[in-house]
Ligand binder design. Structure first.
Ligand code: HEC
Length: 269
């Protein structure tokens, strides 16, 4: 709550009316001010702290923790695993993003059903979902590490190519693709700048910041959520959670943004 009041105050204080061409966007200025006020604090840390407890807790029908979960760098290795995702997992014979993989471990190790892990992946401000907590814990362990999805296994390359193709698929009532909003430099929608996700420059900055705590919703959001919500903005049918197509788009973004040091979970508008 305190954070919410602070951001509102920061936004109101910097709102100066309609934006003139050369003036700094008041929303962006407001967020910058908010970031300054918070210093190094980010509410995502609360998710991370809860996530660490959950990770180590004997849970699920099998009453075991996730500490043996193999996120790609070997059983139990959390550090750096996010930075090297998405990747191909032979045991599942699929390319998985980190969220899909954590849920896979919840199913295979802890014994949760597939329906359980898919039931409510995106929480609310008052009630974050368990996967969001776990995700925050896992990704934070890659802070400062280079984004380096392997992109070497044929299925990883296939996922990248599929994601790239999906990025340009136009359909729906507006005939939009991802590229309609994210395919050019310096585009804006309402007051928000839209990164050009066909360029390494913008994709690096974007990818290295996700998952992100969003001030306007008081929630931590995952990349699975981001793609789901962008499909909504694109007026497409809702994509399935953790499906190959969403994971392919995430692979495309991770590979396009590789080389950047991971800075998340960050604060967003
Ligand atoms: C109708 C316009 C629109 C379409 C189409 C669209 N997006 Fe977005 N996208 C947005 C907006 C608006 C934001 C949020 C910008 C903000 O909050 O600052 C966003 C944010 C994002 C971000 C996070 C950027 C960042 O740095 O925070 C990613 C990644 C993204 N979109 C990917 C996609 C993908 C992949 C698709 C296609 C499935 C897509 N978008 C389709 C409008 C769109």
């Amino acid at each position: 709550m305190k954070y919410r009041i602070a951001i509102m105050a920061a936004l109101v204080a910097t709102w100066t009316g309609p934006v003139l061409a050369q003036e700094k966007d008041p929303t962006i200025a407001g967020i910058e001010k908010y970031r300054e006020m918070l210093g190094d604090d980010n509410p995502a840390e609360l998710y991370e702290a809860r996530g660490e407890i959950l990770w180590k807790k004997a849970d699920g029908p099998n009453r075991v923790s996730l500490e043996k979960c193999d996120l790609g760098l070997g059983p139990g290795v959390v550090k750096g695993a996010y930075a090297q995702s998405p990747r191909y997992f032979a045991d599942a014979d699929r390319v998985m993003d980190i969220e899909t993989r954590i849920n896979w471990c919840r199913e295979k190790i802890q014994g949760f059903s597939s329906a359980d892990v898919k039931k409510k992946p995106f929480g609310s401000a008052d009630k974050p979902s368990q996967i969001e907590d776990l995700l925050a814990y896992v990704v934070t362990a890659s802070k400062g590490m280079k984004i380096a999805p392997p992109n070497s296994h044929p299925k990883e390359k296939e996922a990248y190519e599929l994601g790239k193709a999906l990025f340009f698929v136009r359909a729906g009532p507006y005939d939009f693709s991802c590229a309609s909003c994210h395919g050019e430099d310096e585009k804006r929608i309402r007051l928000q700048g839209l990164p050009n996700l066909t360029t390494p420059r913008d994709t690096k900055a974007s990818h290295a910041a996700w998952p992100a705590y969003r001030v306007s919703t008081s929630r931590l959001h995952s990349m699975q959520w981001r793609i789901n919500d962008c499909y909504r903005q694109q007026r497409f049918p809702e994509p399935g959670y953790m499906t190959d197509s969403v994971n392919a788009l995430i692979t495309y973004l991770a590979v396009t943004g590789e080389g950047e040091l991971y800075k998340g979970p960050s604060l967003k508008r």
